[in-house]
Design a protein around this ligand. Structure first.
Ligand code: SAM
Length: 290
């Protein structure tokens, strides 16, 4: 297969997204600026304004995503005046009204979150990864993210009870059942919707980078080689690098020139063919932020 095409673009995604083709993207993975939180680095959005700010962007994302595609939104509501603000919950409802299906919610458990003491809460060690789709039938390659069965299974599967050998219907009458014996002899199982991953901001010169394993996991789950991945808030370019390593094509957008330059340099290190980058920059004239 030919080298993946990786296109970092400089500009405001509210404008740049309009230049992308409709129904052209297989997966969007992104972590937008958090409400007001990073005011000193790249300008925050007031929590009360967050939904109104995001909806025109999600409308464009809906336009560029293929009907079989998936949108993964990494977000976490901040604490305002002692309580969790509700903008994420409001955003989910507003995006459903916009036509999105809120298919699933994954949790990113940040294994190495800072110890600390707060008067009325414990340290925050998780973020949401909201999954939105345009339709119920979307591409999903579950085998690509299977995990080793683990030691517990060896013990559990060694001495199967009679119930384990038949389908054990839920006692609560939920309609769910399981047949434990189905897993005998298997090396791998499907993962849960909780991703245990450490943050790694130190080497990245970006205050809010997510670990490369995070976009990589969703890229494997929702795309195949040669598909197109988009990150409209690319930051240090984590999604683009993950896509390149997994041989997917990718487009990333950032409003900050420093991040854009940084991403280009980091892609050079990965030996992305420069031709594709420069061709794209000539074709696209981004309006620069004031
Ligand atoms: C949370 S960071 C993304 C970090 C990224 N996931 C990474 O791993 O480095 C959000 C990024 O969005 C960019 N940004 C903020 N407003 C933007 C806009 N309107 N259009 C494009 N990028 C924007 C910021 O410059 C910042 O780099």
């Amino acid at each position: 297969m030919s080298e993946p095409i990786i296109r970092p673009l400089l500009g405001d995604c509210r404008e740049v997204l309009r230049t992308l083709e409709a129904d052209s993207i297989d997966l969007i993975v992104t972590s937008p600026p958090y409400a007001d939180q990073r005011k000193n680095t790249y300008g925050g959005i007031h929590p009360d304004d967050y939904v109104a700010w995001f909806l025109p962007i999600s409308a464009e994302l809906q336009r560029v995503l293929k009907p079989t595609g998936t949108f993964i939104l990494n977000i976490k509501e901040r604490v305002v005046k002692g309580e969790r603000h509700t903008y994420v919950l409001e955003l989910i409802l507003a995006m459903r009204r916009q036509g999105w299906l809120w298919t699933e919610e994954f949790i990113w458990h940040k294994k190495n979150s800072y110890p600390g003491k707060w008067p009325n809460r414990f340290r925050d060690a998780w973020e949401r990864l909201l999954q939105f789709n345009k339709q119920r039938q979307f591409h999903m390659y579950q085998e690509a993210v299977m995990v080793p069965m683990g030691d517990w299974a060896k013990k559990r599967l060694k001495n199967l009870s009679d119930t384990d050998k038949i389908r054990d219907e839920s006692r609560a009458g939920s309609g769910f059942g399981k047949r434990v014996a189905n897993w005998v002899g298997r090396e791998k199982v499907y993962p849960t919707n909780v991703l245990h991953m450490a943050t790694e901001t130190r080497n990245r010169n970006h205050s809010a980078a997510f670990p490369e394993a995070l976009p990589a996991w969703f890229i494997k789950l929702f795309t195949q080689e040669g598909d197109w991945v988009l990150d409209p808030f690319m930051g240090s370019g984590t999604t683009l690098r993950a896509a390149y390593r997994l041989r997917r094509n990718a487009i990333g957008i950032d409003i900050m020139e420093t991040y854009y330059e940084q991403v280009k340099a980091s892609l050079e290190d990965l030996r992305v063919p420069q031709l594709s980058l420069f061709e794209e920059q000539e074709a696209y004239e981004p309006s620069r932020p004031e």
